[in-house]
Ligand binder design. Structure first.
Ligand code: P6P
Length: 334
């Protein structure tokens, strides 16, 4: 049940009963993400004012320059989740390997693992374009009290118990699901409170926005080229509008509200695609399906892919159901 202008805290308490088998730990986990998001939002919003821009000099496992805000956001989420003693392990785009969280009781006995992209779209930071945090939550597989293992992180997306994102845009929003639909909360920065602004978000079945980096067109598989040409043909409600921000969270968020499809295909340059399965595609696919949309790698449901590596990449097509199905049709018949 969601009523407009409820605060995120009130919403979590009211919907506590939905978190079956949970003694409130999942609620506390969502609450800790809420707190970390406020701290990161404060820094993101003043990024232009303090010397926190520019590369931190390191590169992450993806070989990408780490922006200082990437590192900062990663530290804030890890510290917040660790201090609250809610998770037994964390995997992050910014960490080569997963992190084991040992509680004050010297045990590794919490039941959830979190996988995250702490600041997605970070190349947009220096040009003041919106960026986001993406998170994915699973119940651990290994017995509580035993050391968390890679197996706890390499679960298919259909095992997620919750997922969501924070978009640091014209306003800061948390959008998440625990398997009972998708709800969006907007931060009132004056008082640091999130309010339910987008109850029960639904992907329109159809849309007329396609989001893809057309600079890579020559490297796309033929089926993707055929679908893009279909989007550009003058027929019926086409040509569609091309909108690509270069920040997955922002493109996804707009498409979920207006209808549309986001595509990051495999290319000859990136034969597996660019986006990471575990902490970008799975959480966004979970949200898409909870909102009546679809998410595919071009051939199968993203959430059914069995992961083999922490930072593995997959092609990603996600958004309005009819648009994803049409794109898959072109790819399967190329
Ligand atoms: P390109 C950001 O690095 C990201 O992971 C997504 O947020 C975004 O949609 C995509 O990569 C942009 O990639 O190659 O088009 O710049």
């Amino acid at each position: 049940m969601a009523n407009k202008n409820q605060t995120l805290g009130e919403f979590i308490i009211e919907n506590q009963t939905e978190f079956k088998y949970s003694s409130g730990e999942l609620s506390r986990l969502i609450n800790s993400i809420r707190l970390a998001a406020k701290v990161v939002n404060h820094e993101v919003n003043k990024a232009g004012l303090v010397d926190i821009l520019g590369a931190a000099g390191d590169t992450n496992i993806q070989g990408e320059d780490q922006q200082k805000l990437d590192v900062y956001a990663n530290d804030v989420f890890i510290k917040t989740l660790t201090n609250r003693e809610i998770v037994c392990g964390i995997a992050s785009e910014e960490e080569d390997d997963f992190i084991t969280i040992i509680g004050r009781n010297k045990k590794n006995d919490n039941k959830y693992v979190v996988l995250m992209d702490p600041l997605d779209g970070s190349s947009n930071i220096d040009v003041n374009v919106s960026v986001g945090t993406i998170f994915s939550i699973y119940r651990r597989i290994t017995p509580e009290g035993t050391p968390v293992t890679l197996e706890d992180f390499l679960q298919p997306g259909n095992k997620q118990v919750a997922a969501g994102y924070i978009v640091y845009g014209t306003s800061t929003m948390i959008v998440y699901s625990t398997g009972h639909g998708v709800n969006g909360f907007t931060l009132n920065p004056a008082i640091g409170t999130y309010y339910l602004s987008h109850p029960n978000m639904q992907f329109p079945l159809d849309g007329n926005i396609y989001s893809v980096n057309e600079g890579n067109y020559v490297h796309f598989p033929q089926g993707v080229k055929d679908y893009i040409k279909y989007c550009q043909q003058e027929e019926g409600d086409r040509p569609y509008t091309s909108r690509y921000i270069g920040s997955l969270v922002s493109d996804f968020h707009r498409n979920m509200i207006k209808g549309g499809i986001y595509m990051y295909p495999n290319t000859s340059k990136d034969p597996k695609g660019k986006l990471r399965l575990l902490y970008e595609c799975n959480p966004m696919a979970y949200l898409a399906e909870q909102a009546g949309g679809l998410a595919s790698d071009g051939h199968m449901r993203i959430l059914d892919i069995t992961p083999t590596e922490l930072h593995q990449r997959v092609p990603f097509y996600c958004g309005s159901k009819n648009m994803v199905e049409k794109a898959e049709h072109f790819m399967k018949n190329a």
